[in-house]
Ligand binder design. Structure first.
Ligand code: EPZ
Length: 428
């Protein structure tokens, strides 16, 4: 039975919430346990469907995995490099992140091409070219990828034509146990890359420079078990600050690394919010009416994050003035625009540019989540809108946001998760 969110809007959000562990850190770190002969204890793993999909693949590969609350314990000792079946690959397209780990450990990796998704074609050419640079033979046919390097991966020099997050992660994973040293130029600098490197170094890897554009990895023979805590989710954190901003609220986030949302804070302040950073907490107090931020361009970290484009667009739909947004990372990441329009937003899209003309008020409507971040943007719009908003296809949001209803209700929102067939209480 599919479910939907029902939101009665215009409640001001007040209170304090902790930030969940980062999905985009937990996924590559869990995949990295395939490289480890021993037991890894990973704390602050968020309770998400994408994490469960990754655990399912680990178990398929022969790892022993125990999940207790936010702690995942993985024993990769008896892992085998069995092919990942299509069903498991399609549960989550980012399972391509297993490529580097499986190839690095077993010298052979077989999986299905992840294919595109709602936000774009999501090619993996940079991943596969990098595996070839390590000496692997790469075969792509019938939608399958087979990488083989029977004599083991050899350290190499790689320059990425684009600082791809996933390709950087796969290169780190493949290089960890390669023979010799690998130098990666134009690496992605996202905080999740540094978190993955911290985990791998705790397991005995020798990685320097993660977080910068140049990373050096000295291959080692073995990786051993370790304990690691996943960093807080910077995108989820910024999203909940946007919720406070849109509802004239005041919200404090604890368990956050403020530097990681550094690219978003100026946008929140320019829109008229007071933002106070104190240690590992960030407090946002919203104005009565937001001001439009003139222009926003998504960029690789430390630029403004593409994953915050949809939530910030939702914010700008009710701001005073006009905002020009340019989405430079993904080619079709505006699927939320039509749904926001059904709630009264005034947005025009030309290619990768969206022009948002702020309106005084959105109105509740029945809308459908197009993807993970676009779905969260609709939740934000529903919180601010007059009347009731029903959001279907919430499976998208449940991939990346842990228990949205509980979190937002704790801040005073009127939001419920109901089965699609049911009517919300007010209609009954
Ligand atoms: C990661 O995706 C994140 N996913 C994405 O978050 C995030 O939006 C993205 O990085 C950018 O920050 C995970 O970490 C699981 P990329 P990834 O490789 O690795 C092109 C979310 O909402 N490209 O940096 O796939 C690609 O087409 C998700 O949590 C190639 O051309 O991102 C895109 O235009 C969405 N060839 C650009 O690079 C390649 O081989 C950025 O992709 C790889 C990528």
């Amino acid at each position: 039975m599919s479910a939907k969110f029902v939101i009665n809007g215009q409640n001001k959000l007040f209170g304090e919430i902790p930030v969940q562990g980062a999905k985009n850190s937990a996924l590559p770190i869990l995949a990295a346990t395939v490289l480890v002969d021993g037991v890894c204890e990973i704390h602050d793993c968020p309770d998400l469907t994408d994490v469960q999909a990754t655990v399912n693949i680990l178990r398929h590969l022969g790892c022993r995995v125990k999940r207790e609350g936010h702690c995942c314990t993985v024993d990769g000792t008896s892992a085998a490099g069995s092919p990942i079946p299509e069903k498991l690959m399609h549960e989550m397209r980012s399972s391509i992140i297993f490529l580097g780990a499986i190839l690095g450990r077993f010298g052979r990796a077989e999986m299905f091409a992840p294919g595109g998704c709602e936000i774009g074609l999501r090619p993996i050419d940079l991943h596969l070219d990098a595996m070839r640079k390590f000496g692997a033979e790469v075969l792509e046919e019938h939608g399958k990828i087979v990488c083989e390097c029977p004599n083991g991966l050899k350290g190499t020099q790689i320059t990425l034509s684009f600082p791809s997050v996933g390709a950087t992660e796969n290169i780190l994973l493949a290089a960890c146990r390669a023979e010799g040293t690998t130098t990666l130029f134009n690496a992605a600098r996202e905080p999740e890359i540094s978190d993955l490197a911290d985990f791998l170094n705790a397991a005995g890897a020798r990685i320097q420079g993660a977080g910068s554009g140049e990373i050096i990895i000295e291959g080692v023979k073995r990786l051993t078990g370790c304990v690691h805590t996943v960093i807080p989710d910077r995108i989820v954190a910024a999203g909940y600050l946007a919720a406070a901003a849109m509802t004239e609220g005041k919200v404090r986030l604890s368990h956050i690394i403020p530097a990681h949302i550094g690219p978003v804070l100026p946008i929140l302040r320019d829109s008229g919010c007071e933002v106070e950073v104190r240690g590992h907490t960030v407090t946002l107090r919203a104005p009565n009416r937001l001001k439009a931020v003139k222009s926003i361009r998504t960029m690789p970290y430390p630029g403004f994050p593409t994953d915050m484009q949809a939530p910030i667009m939702a914010m700008m739909t009710v701001a005073e003035g006009t905002t020009v947004i340019v989405e430079t990372i993904f080619e079709s990441r505006y699927k939320h625009v039509g749904e926001l329009g059904r709630m009264g937003a005034n947005i025009r899209v030309e290619g990768r540019t969206a022009v948002v003309q702020g309106v005084p008020m959105l109105t509740g409507a029945r809308v459908s989540a197009p993807d993970l971040r676009g779905g969260f943007a609709l939740v934000l719009a529903g919180l601010a809108a007059k009347g009731t908003t029903e959001i279907s296809e919430i499976r998208h949001m449940e991939r990346g946001y842990e228990d949205i209803c509980k979190t937002l209700s704790a801040l005073g929102a009127d939001i419920q998760r109901v089965n699609d067939g049911d009517r919300n209480e007010k209609e009954q």
